[in-house]
Structure formats: structure tokens, C-alpha cells
Design a binder for this molecule. Structure first.
Ligand code: ATP
Ligand code: MG
Length: 312
């Protein structure tokens, strides 16, 4: 299914978007999406995620810049570029009175692909929609409708799948099963770009993460590197008795108290070889500070994200 000749699935150079009313939704943006990766675009409401996706899909006219999809220019080679892409838009739009089977089959035809009942069947089964194939869309639940949109987007066997907020309004269980399905698609070689507000989702799924805010792509990073680089760990001591005195030694080690003196918290860099944990333990011993419990906590992508957005 996938074109392995080129390692870049999508190349975006100097993309800018100013809407007709003068609103600048995207500042000059450069981004390469690698073939076969899951890329999560993370950002608050109005950040420009949908604008970016729609620009690549040719739904939004770009103000400036060049976009290529597997080497095909999105403007001058539109049909070729677009045929590589499946899009599940943020707003679900389907013919409510059409059946699941017809909707998905029809969509394949729109891309000029010959009918292939076997492929449609496999796709519907993979998305757990097989038993609903003869139902009208209006009779499905919200989560099922979203899966129909995914089936529709996959109907012409695209190498790239855009999921614009795939799990908005989807319950936890279904969200998890959606994540599994996305992983499965990736294992088949499909490149996936998804947008989400849920940091947990990016953390769970993405190979790389892009953070966008106010039309500016602030950061693109390998997820693991990002979490390592910016991730801190906290060691939390729950004390037997509140600590009333200030201990210079603790202050010097950057151990601070919280919860009205009932907790001591030591924040350390997970990358450093000597993280200081042993010294802190020694120090507490020396000072005869007794604790009844201790725990560690890793900064989540969420905290990293919030601190990034606030910094700007
Ligand atoms: N057709 C339009 N005309 C003018 N401004 C628009 C238009 N479409 C979007 N915008 C503006 O561009 C900005 C980015 O919108 P966009 O839909 O790309 O954000 P988003 O990151 O997808 O947000 P959300 O998370 O809410 O879906 C917003 O401020 C929005 O109001
Ligand atoms: Mg959006």
C-alpha cells in the first residue's frame, strides 16, 4: 500500500494562510511528515490545526507556500496528490439516509477506483462495522458514525490518513479501541496525521508531536525525546509530622515543602546521571525527618505542553 521510494510523505514549505477577512491563521510553516509515522498535531482551539490539514488536502486555498504529497504538488498535481490522502474531517458530514456499505463504496468510486467489494468488506470488518453495513447512517451512534467516516476515508486505499480530532466526543473505551485501530493502520504502512486536544492521546499514539499555537508551529519533536528532554521527575515524601523549621540543607538541595509542611518534594532531571536522589535520602536521614510514604511522578506531556504555551 505504501510508497517506500520516498521517505517524506508530505513536505510543507513556507505555508501561510490568511483568511479573506484578513485573519492570519497560519504563520510561515515548514513541516515534513515521514512516510509511515503517526504524527500528532497538538494545540488549543483555534490554533490552526484544521487550517493546516485542510490546506494539505486542498480544501483551503493557501496564501503562500508549497505543499507536496509524495512528490506531487498539491496545486499543480492536485488529483494525484489528493488520491494519496484520506481525510476524516472534524465535522462529520455524511448522507444520513444512505447505508454504510453504499457510503463507503461510493466514496471509493469518487476517486476513480474500480469497485472492490473484498476491500470494502475488510475495511468495514477492521473497523467493527461489518454488522452495520446495511444500516442507514442516521441509525448509528456517534462513535459508529465516526468509524464510518474513517472507512470512507480509507475506501480509495490512500497512503496517508488525516484524522482531525478523531476521538472528540468519543467515550474512553471506544477511544482506546480507536487507538488500536490507528496503530493497526500504521502497521499496514499508512502514514497518520491526527489532531487532538487530548495530550494523553498524543502520548499514547504518536511517534512525533507538533505543538501549534496561534498559527505558529512552535515545536516538532520525537515524542520520546520531547518527554525525556522536558520531562522531569518528582520525588514526593509524605511526612509523619508537618515540617515547621526551615532546613538550610534541604533548601540547598532544592527540596521544597508542600501541603502545609506535610510533604517534601524534590524535582530532578531524569537525564542526569547523578540525579541527587540518594543525597536527598541521606539528608532526610541525617535530619531525622521521618516519612510514611514516598512516590515518584513523571511530568506528563500535558504539563510540558502547558508550560510551552505559557512561555510564549
Ligand atoms: N473561513 C474562515 N474565515 C476566517 N477565519 C477562519 C476561518 N476558518 C478558521 N478561521 C480562524 O482561523 C483560526 C484557526 O482555525 P482552525 O479551525 O484551523 O483551528 P483549530 O486548531 O482546528 O481549532 P479547534 O481545535 O477548535 O478545531 C481560528 O481563529 C479561526 O477562527
Ligand atoms: Mg479544528
Amino acid at each position: 500500500m505504501v510508497n517506500t521510494e520516498t521517505k517524506t510523505a508530505i513536505s510543507i514549505k513556507g505555508l501561510e494562510k490568511v483568511y479573506p477577512d484578513g485573519f492570519r491563521a497560519l504563520h510561515p510553516t515548514h513541516l515534513d511528515i515521514r512516510s509511515g509515522e503517526i504524527f500528532a498535531l497538538l494545540g488549543p482551539n483555534g490554533a490552526g490545526k484544521t487550517t493546516l490539514i485542510n490546506a494539505v488536502c486542498g480544501i483551503v486555498n493557501v496564501t503562500a507556500g508549497d505543499i507536496e504529497v509524495y512528490g506531487n504538488n498539491i496545486t499543480t498535481q492536485y488529483r494525484k496528490a489528493r488520491s494519496c490522502i484520506g481525510l476524516v474531517p472534524q465535522e462529520l458530514t455524511t448522507d444520513a439516509f444512505e447505508t454504510v456499505w453504499n457510503t463507503v463504496s461510493f466514496s471509493r468510486g469518487l476517486f476513480g477506483k474500480p469497485a472492490n467489494a473484498g476491500f470494502i468488506e475488510t475495511t468495514l470488518k477492521r473497523l467493527s462495522l461489518w454488522d452495520k453495513k446495511d444500516q442507514q447512517i442516521r441509525m448509528l451512534s456517534g462513535g459508529m458514525k465516526r468509524r464510518v467516516m474513517i472507512a470512507k476515508a480509507l475506501s480509495h486505499e490512500p497512503q496517508i490518513l488525516f484524522l482531525d480530532e478523531p476521538t472528540a466526543g468519543v467515550d474512553v473505551e471506544l477511544r482506546k479501541s480507536m487507538w488500536d485501530q490507528v496503530h493497526e493502520l500504521r502497521s499496514m504502512g499508512v502514514t497518520i496525521i491526527l489532531t487532538t486536544h487530548y495530550i494523553e492521546e498524543a502520548e499514547e499514539m504518536a511517534d512525533r508531536v507538533g505543538v501549534i499555537n496561534k498559527g505558529e508551529l512552535m515545536l516538532v519533536e520525537d515524542k520520546k525525546t520531547l518527554m525525556k528532554k522536558l520531562g522531569k521527575k518528582e520525588l514526593v515524601f509524605d511526612l509523619h509530622q508537618p515540617l515547621t523549621d526551615e532546613h538550610e540543607e534541604l533548601t540547598a538541595m532544592k527540596v521544597h515543602s508542600a501541603a502545609d509542611g506535610l510533604q517534601l518534594i524534590y524535582t530532578y532531571d531524569t537525564l542526569k546521571e547523578n540525579n541527587g536522589v540518594a543525597d536527598v535520602l541521606d539528608c532526610l536521614n541525617r535530619l531525622h525527618i521521618r516519612y510514611r510514604d514516598l512516590s515518584t511522578r513523571q511530568t506528563s506531556l500535558e504539563e510540558i505542553f502547558v508550560s510551552l504555551v505559557n512561555k510564549k
